[in-house]
Design a protein around this ligand. Structure first.
Ligand SMILES: CC(C)(COP(=O)(O)OP(=O)(O)OC[C@H]1O[C@@H](n2cnc3c(N)ncnc32)[C@H](O)[C@@H]1OP(=O)(O)O)[C@@H](O)C(=O)NCCC(=O)NCCS
Length: 218
């Protein structure tokens, strides 16, 4: 029997999450919580929007829907960490969504609240933290360390022993060379080839990838 779960967010990324949950076949989405109270009472893809998580009584939601399981269904990096932590601090727990066409080694160490989309390859030994997005067709290779709240977009190749620090965003098609480290809260622009370590809190792109400026987006 499928377990009831609640999604957080009702935008574009929520459609991606719904698709992946359906393909995985383990969970039954019973409702959506948003930050926007004006959406209360409306539906999204046929699912009820229950209200704003900021003023709804989460204990009521738990009782009514027989679940305290949630999944982060919006992509905005500015808020993903704080909202995830909000639910954890309320005693809720997240779960992993792994598309059946992703290949994930049983030796990978996975946290919670992770999305791994179709066509991804996660080879032995990586450690992946909580609330991490790994979009379609990306590779997370041996001995990688992916910290909490990281977003890896589509078609990214992380070579061996790469570290991606907390809340970094690795845009589409980036290649990170063997052993390199990406700083926390940094953005690596699409198509970049990272040959040197990238510091915290910067926007960097190009081949070879260079720091462009401070990241004031998060
Ligand atoms: C990386 C990022 C911050 C760059 O933003 P930006 O600095 O505002 O970039 P702009 O579009 O204003 O471009 C500025 C210049 O940098 C260049 N540039 C931007 N991204 C580049 C990249 N990845 N590689 C090479 N050059 C790039 C532009 O061509 C432009 O050049 P010009 O000044 O000669 O015209 C932005 O692309 C971003 O936020 N990416 C993440 C997107 C995301 O959320 N992805 C997840 C998908 S699920």
């Amino acid at each position: 029997m499928k377990e009831n779960v609640i999604l957080i967010g009702s935008g574009q990324h929520a459609r991606v999450i719904l698709y992946n949950i359906e393909e995985q076949g383990l969970y039954n989405v019973v409702g959506i919580l948003d930050s926007d109270k004006s959406k209360e009472g409306f539906t999204f893809e046929g699912l009820p929007i229950l209200g704003s998580y900021l003023d709804i009584d989460l204990k009521d939601v738990e009782r009514k829907f027989n679940t305290n399981k949630f999944f982060m269904a919006f992509g905005n990096m500015k808020y993903r960490k704080e909202v995830y932590d909000y639910f954890i601090n309320k005693g809720w727990e997240s779960f992993n969504i792994i598309h059946p066409n992703a290949v994930v080694s049983s030796k990978a160490k996975l946290g919670k609240g992770i999305l791994i989309e179709a066509g991804c390859l996660v080879t032995p030994n990586p450690v992946i933290g909580d609330n991490v997005i790994i979009n379609t067709g990306s590779q997370v290779n041996h001995d990688n360390i992916i910290h909490d709240n990281v977003h890896i977009a589509s078609g990214v190749v992380l070579s061996g022993s790469v570290t991606i620090n907390e809340k970094a965003l690795i845009d589409d098609g980036v290649i990170v060379s063997l052993g390199r480290k990406i700083g926390r809260e940094s953005i690596i622009g699409a198509g970049s080839v990272v040959t040197k370590d990238i510091p915290n809190n910067v926007i960097a792109y190009g081949n070879p990838c260079k720091v462009i400026r401070k990241n004031n987006k998060f």
